[in-house]
Design a protein around this ligand. Structure first.
Ligand SMILES: *[C@@H]1O[C@H](CO)[C@@H](O)[C@H](O)[C@H]1NC(C)=O
Length: 150
């Protein structure tokens, strides 16, 4: 069905490696520790992290974070926000970082991923949502990352 999937995956990984040359800083917080992490975002107490300083991921050796991410999650009617550096995935929807990927799961769970790389601290901004789920290699990578590291 997708004859070039492997090649595209490799290209994404390669682009990710190449883009590591350019470092980015991202807001790093979770709303269960700091309510200011939620929307509307208040940067006054939230730390900004240089993604170059990140330890890296055990299951993705050699991959460096090159993007910022905001995750908005609704579990049993309660919103949680996560902001951090992102390792894999594409920016926004087809490169337009104003848009977020959305996913509705079982058990009343809703997750939205907003990935950006336009500037330092870009994961502070208000993103446009909702947007239908796109099936892509990057999304699979995001899931993989989320369910193995959170
Ligand atoms: C924090 O937010 C204020 C108000 O929105 C903004 O002016 C400032 O540039 C932000 N700080 C950083 C480091 O982005």
């Amino acid at each position: 069905m997708y004859p070039y999937l492997k090649q595209i995956m490799c290209l994404l990984l390669l682009l990710n490696l190449v883009s590591n040359v350019f470092s980015i800083k991202c807001w790093n917080c979770r709303s269960n520790n700091d309510p200011k992490c939620a929307d509307p975002f208040d940067n006054s107490t939230v730390p900004i992290t240089d993604c170059v300083q990140e330890k890296g991921l055990q299951h993705l050796p050699g991959i460096r974070p090159s993007m910022c991410r905001k995750i908005r999650q609704k579990v049993n009617g309660e919103w949680r926000y996560f902001r951090d550096c992102a390792y894999l995935g594409e920016v926004g929807i087809q490169g337009d970082e104003r848009f977020c990927l959305m996913r509705t799961g079982t058990y009343n769970i809703f997750i939205e991923y907003c990935t950006c790389n336009s500037k330092d601290g870009c994961n502070s901004s208000t993103f446009i949502s909702p947007f239908p789920l796109l099936m892509s290699a990057s999304l699979i990578c995001i899931y993989f990352h989320l369910f193995t590291s959170l």
